[in-house]
Design a protein around this ligand. Structure first.
Ligand SMILES: Nc1ncnc2c1ncn2[C@@H]1O[C@H](COP(=O)(O)OP(=O)(O)OP(=O)(O)O)[C@@H](O)[C@H]1O
Ligand SMILES: [Mg+2]
Length: 461
């Protein structure tokens, strides 16, 4: 008999190229279960054939009349433009909002199938905590404001969708969805009174957005900054290596996370500590860097330019992408790759120069800054060294003592399941946000010196 799930924490990461999920399921005995074997990640492209739409796994061959790819980019573009929910896209015949929701619907449908295959049961009584990835769209300019709002609305309607259809009727990978039926379902969800009510409460700024939680029925959900989700498991793993009885300073871990995906680089900074004489861990993250519109896609374009220039070969994007993944020796030593690494490293260095931590970054009594790189492009050879060198230089310019800055080190993510490191790096956002204790990681505007003196009486917090 299937074991009924009491509580489920599910991380949903909608990426520019691919989308990922992860979960932690708690059964009646209190035991927590995470996926063991996972199917490959889901392609973020929407395919249309006749009046049917489909979402498939990465590199699956799908018969189609047309494909609509890289939709995540469009949330950010054209903030004053066409209606997110009502303007129909010519190709796929549904709106951008309906398309963003469709990919999430398939992802959650995939979670439901996986859970069932693991002989677990999602019952109506299951308490669900969903976490949806939010790129570091932190600013108050119109692009970020509009993109955040669109993302927020998508998550509200996604929760309503689970409520309306139930897990078992969400779209399953490998099946088709009729486009009129999808529009009809989305319309029904949008007119649900509790959905409308929550839609009207759109958070104003980034902090409100990542701090807020909403719920409909037994489903509660929130948005999580991509960089903080990506850093959560590495931070926990670093802390696991520190015995509880160690000096308080040992629990003060400073972690810089750089998630380099296909479309964007998202950088953030996490700090942990443990109160003196207390076993409670405190985990915080500070305002992350503004998302950088520069990542794997630019490297692919640079590779194409290089082949055209040096070998007079006009590679298609697909050919260049395949060469990037399968033949690193053909490109890795080239100047354009050094330029690519430098551009990302510089953006990380600029962030650490300004990150609002006046209390801990330069503290000689604690371990040096750790850096972890995640995302599919985060493991491009030597990117870690370039980032580390730029960060050490930046810390020096900021006035951090040399013997503190030089203790900066790269840490490798340890995959939770047997998988290749790139697969684990790509899943970092979903893995982190699906941990049952992820909510312990709190947003904080800054660490200032004065604050440390005040709280020092109670311990290092
Ligand atoms: N072995 C590899 N070498 C170089 N690049 C790689 C490798 N494997 C994957 N990539 C790149 O990683 C990117 C995909 O990573 P990921 O799945 O993290 O992106 P995403 O989540 O879809 O994008 P984003 O987070 O920017 O929205 C692609 O640009 C791909 O070319
Ligand atoms: Mg990503």
């Amino acid at each position: 008999m299937a074991a009924s799930i009491r509580r489920l924490w599910v991380g949903v990461d909608w990426g520019t190229h691919s989308s990922k999920w992860w979960y932690t399921a708690e059964i009646a005995s209190g035991k927590q279960i995470q996926p063991k074997a996972l199917p490959s990640v889901v392609d973020s492209t929407i395919y249309r054939s006749g009046d049917d739409l489909q979402v498939g796994r990465e590199r699956a061959r799908i018969k189609r009349d047309l494909a609509d790819a890289r939709l995540k980019r469009l949330l950010l573009k054209d903030p004053q433009g066409a209606s997110y929910w009502d303007a129909i896209r010519d190709g796929i015949g549904i709106s951008l909002g309906e398309a963003a929701l469709l990919t999430r619907g398939y992802l959650l449908g995939d979670v439901a199938s996986h859970v069932a295959a693991e002989n677990l049961e999602l019952a109506p009584s299951t308490e669900v905590h969903a976490r949806f990835s939010l790129p570091n769209w932190i600013d108050s300019d119109s692009e970020h404001v509009a993109a955040r709002k669109r993302m927020y609305q998508t998550t509200v309607i996604c929760a309503g969708l689970i409520r309306l259809l139930g897990w078992e009727h969400l779209p399953a990978i490998g099946t088709k969805v009729n486009l009129s039926e999808w529009r009809d379902v989305v319309g029904r969800v949008r007119s649900m009174p509790d959905v409308q009510q929550i839609l009207g409460r759109s958070p104003n700024d980034f902090a409100e957005m990542v701090e807020g939680t909403n719920s409909i029925g037994g489903i509660s959900w929130r948005l999580v900054a991509e960089s903080s989700a990506a850093g959560y498991v590495p931070l926990c793993q670093l802390l696991r290596d520190v015995p509880r009885s160690s000096k308080t300073q040992k629990h003060w871990v400073k972690l810089l996370v750089v998630d380099v995906g296909a479309g964007y680089t998202d950088t953030g900074y996490l700090v942990s500590s443990r109160k003196v004489g207390d076993s409670e861990l405190l985990m915080n993250y500070l305002p992350p860097a503004r998302t950088l519109d520069y990542a794997g896609e630019q490297l692919t374009e640079m590779l194409r330019d290089f082949y055209l220039r040096e070998h007079n070969r006009d590679l298609s994007v697909e050919e260049a992408e395949t060469m990037k993944l399968t033949a690193p020796d053909k490109w890795n030593g080239q100047q354009f790759v050094r330029d690519w690494r430098e551009r990302i490293a510089k953006s990380v260095a600029d962030y650490i120069f300004h990150v609002p931590d006046e209390a801990r970054l330069g503290e000689p009594a604690i371990d040096g800054l750790k850096i972890v790189l995640t995302g599919g492009s985060g493991l491009v050879p030597a990117l870690d060294d370039a980032v580390k060198a730029a960060v050490i230089d930046s810390l020096g310019r900021r006035g951090v003592p040399g013997n503190v800055a030089s203790r900066t080190e790269i840490v490798k993510i340890r995959p939770r399941i047997a998988s290749d490191p790139i697969d684990a790096a790509r899943r970092a956002v979903s893995t982190g946000s699906a941990q049952s204790d992820f909510a312990a990681l709190a947003y904080r505007e800054s660490f200032v010196k004065a604050m440390r003196t005040v709280v020092a009486k109670k311990g290092w917090v």
